[in-house]
Design a protein. Sequence first.
Length: 224
Amino acid sequence: MPPPDLPRVVLVGFNKCGTRSLARLFQGAGHRALHHKHRRPLRRSQTAARIIRDNLAAGRKALAGIEDYTFYCDLIHATQTDYYEGNTAFREILRDYPGTILLLNLRDREAWIASRLLHGHGEFARRAMTALGLPDQAALIARWRADWDAQIAALRAELADRPDQLIIFDLDNDPIETLVAALPAYGLDAADWGDTGRSRGRKMSAPLAWAKRAWARVRPRSAR
């Protein structure tokens, strides 16, 4: 469980928006952070989004089985047959855990889409198109734009009378100190912040680039 009297913090923006760096920020302060997958010793890992979806379908609390974390992020489940954005379950999370703080991580929307298209050397986008039954990349981009706009609008509307439970952090424009100051009880340290996982513009040899693309296509994906 989170430390006594310290609410959970759930990232309700999307993946490819600093999620790994944000998880490291909380881990640096000694908090348990669930980034994308719930790792289980000697058992198959599960995406947090899949756990949330299955919990809600079964009538359980949204975070049943993963309640002992303080910070949750990268809530996406995408396989060839399933696609679920767990951040859209924020209403159910607030219902089940009323004190939860929602953290909306933002960046330029079009840059986010470009980053998603490149994720896993394009494998993430291919899986998303297949699972969503979309005919081409243009349809996928339109879907992601609509999802982005709808999520922000829904959060603002839902939390209009509870502004203290919604923190907005713009990675392009807000210094990390603003987020640290917005969560004083968590003991976050700006020194733990970094662009973890950033690969844009990184150069690598042609053989290594080929190997990474090939592995992205064939590596096992969790269907759970």
